[in-house]
Design a protein around this ligand. Structure first.
Ligand code: GUN
Length: 295
């Protein structure tokens, strides 16, 4: 039987560590960290994600500043808000929920966020820092994947990692993080030829393809570790509908360890967002930015 990597429990530990870090920062005279979350429009999935982020932000003792804008908001108006948040000393982290409505260019908005407040790690400066391996803010989901992998792998050096998915949010940054740990990394995607053969070479599989059950049992070599970033709703809610990942979980008993969906990578994203917010607040206040191990 494959070991189950309990992302829910690991995320809870991280959130408790962040809450302790926030308490220590304020006890030492620092300002309470603040996170601004910006949501444009009313995409149902985004509403759920943002609601979760705001609730967990408050639970960790971080101040939450919520900005909900109508779907027809213009690009200049949103850029104006970002500019104000950049200048606001009570705001240490800024998150603009994606996707944005079609009239707004996400690239312009992400470029406008001060890199030191970019708790999503999507600003080109932070993307660049990640690619050259220097200190910056790292995207939350990839960071969560690495923290989960660290619970089952002591030494990453020389391991073969296959990433399925090439998004800026998960695939590319997680590949950079694995490379930084001296894995041999192959980035693949849905159009990659011979994908099963490539995946079969992997000690570590990270799948973020948005394709339910894509990674079949026979694609994965015995003893590999599988991190499933997929969150796919199959069937209708209330009528037996449920969430499934991008890996065929039931076929992967021969893996060394696997993340479940739900309860694997999902809870780690918000935990890492809080961790990044504490990190950003410490940096902006000149406090020691290095997180406690695991925090
Ligand atoms: N939409 C889906 N995932 C994310 C994320 O990690 N951050 C933001 N800002 N939007 C998202």
């Amino acid at each position: 039987m494959a070991g189950i990597i309990d992302g829910k429990a690991i995320a809870e530990t991280i959130r408790a560590d962040v809450a302790a870090g926030v308490a220590a920062l304020t006890a030492a005279g620092g300002a309470v960290p603040g996170l601004a979350v910006v949501l444009v429009g009313d995409d149902p999935a985004s509403l759920v994600y943002v609601g979760r982020k705001i609730a967990q932000t408050r639970q960790a003792g971080i101040r939450s500043f919520e900005h909900r804008l109508p779907a027809e908001t213009g690009e200049e108006e949103l850029l104006g808000l970002i500019e104000r948040l950049n200048r606001d000393d009570e705001v240490h982290g800024i998150l603009v929920q994606l996707p944005l409505p079609p009239q707004i260019r996400a690239e312009r908005v992400l470029d406008a966020i001060d890199p030191i407040k970019d708790v999503d790690g999507f600003h080109p400066v932070n993307v660049g820092r990640l690619s050259i391996g220097t200190d910056g803010l790292v995207p939350c989901t990839p960071l969560g994947c690495m923290l989960l992998l660290e619970t089952v792998i002591d030494d990453f050096r020389g391991l073969k990692a296959v990433v399925i998915g090439k998004s800026n949010i998960v695939g590319k940054p997680v590949a950079m993080l694995l490379l930084e740990r001296e894995c041999t990394v192959t980035v693949t995607h849905i159009l990659t030829r011979n994908l099963p053969d490539i995946v079969r070479t992997a000690d570590i599989v990270v799948v973020a393809a948005g394709s339910p059950g894509l990674v079949r049992g026979e694609w994965v070599k015995p003893g590999a570790v599988v991190i499933d970033v997929g969150i796919n709703r199959v069937g209708e809610p209330g009528k037996g509908g449920r969430l499934v990942g991008d890996a065929a979980f039931e076929e992967l008993g021969h893996a060394r360890a696997i993340t479940p969906v739900p309860g694997g990578v999902g809870p780690m994203t918000v935990a890492c967002l809080l961790r990044n917010t504490l990190l950003a607040a410490r940096k902006q206040q000149g406090a020691d930015a290095s997180p406690k191990k695991g925090a």
